[in-house]
Design a protein around this ligand. Structure first.
Ligand code: NDP
Length: 386
């Protein structure tokens, strides 16, 4: 019997929903590029229901308990004596979501002698100290592609929302006003603007594809160039580095993983090289930008707007300066946790657990660390010093 500790975000303030806005989810055959959706042997949840919060339990309880395992589900993950800390000493598996990350630091991993598997129910395992996982032989896996398109849709929404000044205009209506001039003095068309992505992997490329019909000029920078036919199809301009790309952009979106090369990439210097009035959207990771440099750039007008859903730490404290900085469109970390995405990453988590307990290999595309080294997707996307 194994103990599985699953760290999930809290339930809605009014409790678990009794009804939902829609009755079903669209059927998807495959992800772009051909990767198959999760293929667990079964699921014990209704796709479209809330699975990512504590009462949703990622739909895992029946499956795990019927196989004799113990499942602990909690949102209590930080501070001395948290439920997570109290169960770490004999946990074999820890499951966590980037939206409400259980930071598996080297210290915590050292206190968890039985820990063998850390699953990210989502994408992005930078909340796990990968070097410590390697050292202690902990396998790290995530559900690659499960919410890439969810995030790409969110990025597209946030770009339009900033450029069109949507949120302040909505607020005028809620406040009972009809202040057209107040709304439009910061409102522009996206058409004709130069839009660049730092990172053109699953999310970045999907953003480029979604923005193409808006008749914008598309730019990207990445460690590897996209195939020539993709560059031609989308009319992309490649730049060798963010430093080369951002000064020519009106809108920049960050879609690269957090690792030593990208940590604090958008500092005062890089932000200062941007055109006055650039919009910056970051749904990748909070630590890719310098928190206070972003505030300064918004206050000076270097940035006309900043939006995203990733912060550090998460949850963000009540006095985090991004809550009150000017011209922002921040949300909590939600872009990759739509009900649609939850159904995919709950199924992917179940698939990984089925493989683990049956002794079958976990898909290569889900692996980040295995056998004391970076593996699968991890070997491509991460460095052990993250
Ligand atoms: P991918 O690995 O498919 O794409 C990331 C791309 O970034 C790769 O092409 C990679 O290059 C490139 N890259 C890495 N380092 C640099 C760099 N220094 N400069 C420029 N490009 C770089 O990942 P995804 O698109 O699926 O996800 C991207 C990130 O988005 C994730 O790592 C995660 O942090 C975040 N994310 C956020 C979510 C949310 O809910 N907000 C949900 C899902 C993901 P190469 O592979 O060629 O080395």
């Amino acid at each position: 019997m194994s103990k599985i500790v699953c760290v999930l975000y809290d339930d809605p303030v009014d409790g678990r929903p009794k009804t939902y806005a829609r009755d079903d989810l669209p059927h998807l055959d495959r992800y772009p590029g051909g990767q198959t959706l999760p293929t667990p042997q079964g699921i014990d949840f209704t796709p479209g229901e809330l699975l990512g919060s504590v009462s949703g339990e990622l739909g895992l309880r029946n499956f795990l308990e019927s196989h004799g395992h113990e499942l602990v589900v909690t949102s209590d993950k930080d501070g001395d004596g948290s439920v997570l800390d109290r169960h770490l000493h004999d946990a074999e598996v820890v499951i966590s979501q980037p939206f409400w990350p259980a930071y598996l630091t080297a210290e915590r991993i050292a206190k968890a002698p039985n820990l063998k598997l850390a699953i990210t129910a989502g994408i992005g395992s930078d909340h796990v100290d990968l070097s410590a996982a390697i050292e202690h032989g902990v396998t790290v896996a995530e559900v690659t592609y499960c919410n890439s398109i969810s995030v790409a849709e969110h990025v597209s929404m946030m770009i339009l929302s900033l450029v069109r000044n949507y949120l302040p205009s909505y607020q005028w209506v809620v406040d009972g006003g009809w202040n057209i001039a107040d709304c439009v003095t910061r409102s522009y068309d996206l058409e004709g603007m130069h839009v660049g992505t730092v990172g053109a992997g699953r999310i970045g490329l999907a953003v480029l594809r979604r923005l193409k019909p808006f008749d914008v000029h598309l730019h990207y920078t990445d460690k590897h160039r996209l195939p020539a036919e993709v560059e031609a199809e989308l009319g992309l301009t490649f730049h060798a580095s963010p430093r080369e790309m951002v000064p020519g952009c009106d809108v920049v979106t960050i879609n690269a993983p957090l690792h030593p090369e990208t940590e604090n990439l958008f500092d005062d210097e890089l932000l200062g090289s941007m055109k006055r009035g650039t919009y910056l959207v970051n749904t990748a990771r909070g630590k890719i930008v310098d928190r206070d440099a972003v505030v300064r750039a918004l206050e000076s007008g270097r940035l006309a707007g900043y939006a995203g859903d990733v912060w550090f730490p998460q949850p963000a404290p009540a006095d985090h300066p991004w809550r009150t900085m000017p011209n922002h469109g921040m949300t909590p970390h939600v872009s990759g946790s739509t009900l649609s995405a939850q159904a995919r990453y709950a199924a992917g988590t179940r698939e990984i657990l089925e493989c683990w307990f049956d002794g079958r290999p976990i898909r290569d595309e889900y692996l980040i660390v295995q056998g004391g080294q970076l593996a699968g997707t991890g070997a491509h996307s991460y460095t052990a010093a993250t």
